[in-house]
Design a protein around this ligand. Structure first.
Ligand code: PBG
Length: 329
């Protein structure tokens, strides 16, 4: 019988020693809370496929922004949901200073100022009657270059509303460069760009589509990336960094940890990951069935995303995770 000389288990024996040697440690400051604000609501409205997440009214949005600051959350990513009557072919409500997203940005900035980083989703899908992320060509495809012009205006509108950072999520070619130039030309040199550089056309956005009342028929495979491709993701990242992205994002997160790791190795700008609606709802649904320990699964998933290389994570659990982390040890 031979016994081991080296015993890794020594470092796992008590909670204190495990804590001492923990390699990856989450903090609220690296989490971004995505928030939905719905035009015309007087009360927050639950989203059926995302238990615990709501469409906010303007008033409840301000309240949750304040809570996020108290919890030390690193940032907020705002999505606007217009009334159906305000959706049109070109998504003009996204550019309108009185459109719900720009109103929401102004409200949040008025509430929290510079105490956290306030970001706006820069995409047309919530505002178009057809639900695509851009404007359509006569043949029904998304017209890349016509969309860029709209994004340029939308970026400036969000900057004027007070956004610290804009988050272009439409996967149009050249969007980062066009947005950067438009911001600079309008005197918003200090407004940053968090590029959704790598966004896969996967199956995990389902619940989000309910959250924003998406009208999309079909899919986004002509602009978002194909899930099997990693090298293509690096190409997208290189382009976005060259065009001036201040931070790059990989989305979704958990099914794409290899992509997060590869992007992290490749760039020197901060790397973010988006734990998307489907990732959230899977864990919530399993926990509701008693099949999984909810709180442990939340922290384990977030830790994995960070371990893979994400310095920043967008998660619908940001507030709850902040509370869990505070009481963890
Ligand atoms: C597009 C956008 C989407 C998400 C964020 N921005 C939806 C899509 O690409 O269809 C998804 C986020 C999530 O699923 O949590 N504006």
């Amino acid at each position: 019988m031979s016994f081991p000389d080296i015993r890794p288990r020594r470092l796992r024996r008590t909670p204190a020693i495990r804590r001492l040697v923990e390699e990856t440690r989450l903090s609220p400051a690296e989490l971004i809370l995505p928030l939905f604000v719905k035009e015309g609501l007087t009360e927050p409205r639950p989203i059926g496929s995302m238990p615990g997440v709501v469409q906010h009214s303007r008033e409840s949005l301000r309240k949750v922004a304040h809570e996020a600051v108290s919890a030390g959350i690193g940032g907020l990513m705002l999505f606007g949901v217009p009334e159906d009557a305000n959706k049109d072919e070109t998504g003009s409500a996204g550019l309108d200073p009185d459109g719900i997203l720009n109103v929401g940005l102004r409200d949040v900035i008025a509430e929290v100022g510079d105490a956290t980083v306030v970001m706006g989703d820069l995409c047309l899908d919530e505002f178009t009657s057809h639900g695509h992320c851009g404007v359509l060509a006569p043949d029904g495809s998304v017209d890349n270059d016509a969309t860029l012009q709209v994004y340029a205006e939308m970026a400036v509108a969000q900057a004027v509303a007070g956004a610290h950072v804009v988050g272009p999520s439409g996967m149009m070619d050249g969007q980062i460069g066009v947005i950067r130039k438009a911001l600079d030309r309008a005197g918003h040199q200090d407004v940053g760009v968090l590029a959704y550089a790598v966004k896969y056309a996967g199956a995990f956005y389902g619940p989000f589509r309910e959250a924003v009342e998406s009208t999309l028929q079909g899919d986004r495979r002509q602009y978002q990336q194909d899930p099997p491709n990693l090298r293509e993701a690096l190409r997208e990242v290189d382009l976005d960094v060259a065009e001036g992205a201040d931070m790059v994002m990989v989305k979704p997160a958990l099914p794409y940890l290899d992509v997060i790791a590869a992007v992290r190795d490749r760039v020197t700008v901060p790397v973010a990951a988006y734990q998307v609606s489907g990732e959230y709802s899977m864990i919530e649904a399993a926990a509701a069935n008693g099949w999984i320990d909810r709180e442990r699964a939340i922290l384990e998933s977030l830790t994995s995303i960070k371990r893979a290389g994400a310095q920043i994570t967008l998660t619908y659990w940001a507030l709850e995770a902040a509370h869990l982390l505070r009481t963890r040890y």
